[in-house]
Design a protein around this ligand. Structure first.
Ligand code: KG4
Ligand code: ZN
Length: 343
């Protein structure tokens, strides 16, 4: 039966190091508020205990800001949604406890969202910066983040199937670990992107794995970068400094080549030519351009979410929760978050 009253949802994301809240009304995002945690920078990666503490400090002001920006009060909400899995357990606990308390106090339904499903559905918010440009189903989504690398076949908003994934490191880790070898701070992905713009992507060659089916592997690339840098810096200790742009461009080029090769194989296997990307690494300008180019060449329809919906955010949790609301997929208050979760 058609929904007559508008559906308002407050969604909370706290799976890693971003505390985020979003308000969505009938699938339209009214606010998308994020507090980043800078506390981890000096440690070269996310420190779980510090992340949970920062979530505790941020969650009330972040939810408050999202409600204010949307011009809504918490009493206007029809449901409360939160990221249930996967992620850092201490971080997930802060968001889930907050969402559960709110749902109980307001006597509203609670919706549990899978973070990776939400990254895919970020494409239903907006694509190519155009609110009206969204993919029809079915589509393929290349989800590339700091913790995951997957090719997902989306047949409907709630029917998503992982058809390929990494067997070791994620694409984001390949960026971040390579950046660390080059002496760049965490997270190195955006910095590699920045320096790569001025470099020659074909200057240096790094190992590309031969992995069967639609799966990926990135741990060999990291090792190949490490051995190459060690050998070159033994000959010239200023090697990195002199070649930073070309090194970044070549590493980025290799990662993109590995990703697009498998995506092309997935298109051939499924016959689906509507292609989306999602996850933090989809903010990479080289990947965005290469996907557009490949799409033009191969006759694919490509969809790329706005930057703010690529990296971790609560708008993607809200849009997923909206579809779950329409399907009446609610959870009980005794639900627990989970660090790992199959889907
Ligand atoms: O999806 P996300 O925000 O968090 C996870 O769920 O992991 O992804 C974070 C990852 C990090 O590895 C970060 O380096 C990478 O996304 N990233 C980028 C860029 N922006 C973020 N990697 C390459 N180029 C970028 N512009
Ligand atoms: Zn993520």
């Amino acid at each position: 039966m058609a929904q007559l009253n508008p559906v308002s949802i407050l969604a909370i994301e706290s799976s890693c190091d971003e505390t985020a809240a979003s308000i969505c009304v009938d699938g339209r995002i009214l606010s998308n508020y994020i507090a980043n945690q800078t506390v981890h920078e000096k440690y070269g990666g996310v420190v779980p205990e510090l992340a949970s503490r920062a979530h505790m400090q941020h969650i009330v002001p972040v939810v408050d800001a999202a409600l204010k920006e949307a011009g809504r009060s918490v009493q206007d909400m029809d449901a409360i949604a939160f990221t249930q899995a996967p992620g850092l357990i201490g971080s997930l606990l802060v968001g889930s406890q907050f969402a559960k308390s709110l749902a109980m106090a307001l006597d509203k339904p609670l919706i549990a969202v899978h973070h990776m499903q939400a990254h895919v559905l970020a494409n239903l918010i907006t694509a190519n910066g155009d609110e009206n440009n969204k993919p029809d189903f079915p589509f393929l989504c290349l989800t590339v983040s700091g913790g995951h690398t997957q090719i997902v076949l989306a047949s409907s908003p709630l029917d998503l199937k992982v058809i390929g994934e990494t067997i070791d490191d994620a694409a984001g880790e390949a960026f971040d670990k390579s950046a660390k070898i080059l002496g760049l701070p965490y997270p190195g992905g955006p910095l590699i992107d920045k320096y790569a713009k001025e470099g020659n992507p074909l200057k240096f060659k790094f190992a590309e794995p031969q992995i069967p089916e639609l799966n990926f592997s990135f741990s060999g690339l990291k090792t190949s970068v490490l051995y190459f840098i060690q050998a070159e810096t033994r000959k010239d200790e200023r090697f990195i400094e002199k070649n930073l742009n070309d090194l970044c461009a070549s590493i980025q080029h290799t990662i993109i080549h590995i990703l697009l090769k498998k995506l092309n194989k997935a298109v051939q296997q499924t016959g689906v030519k509507r292609i989306c990307i999602a996850g933090g690494v989809s903010a990479n300008s080289g990947l965005r351009n290469a996907l557009k180019e490949m799409g033009n060449k191969k006759g694919w329809q490509t969809f790329i979410p706005k930057f703010e919906y690529c990296t971790d955010n609560a708008a993607m949790i809200a849009i997923t929760a909206y579809h779950k609301y329409l399907n009446k997929e609610f959870v009980d208050l005794d639900i627990s978050p989970s660090a790992r979760a199959e889907w």
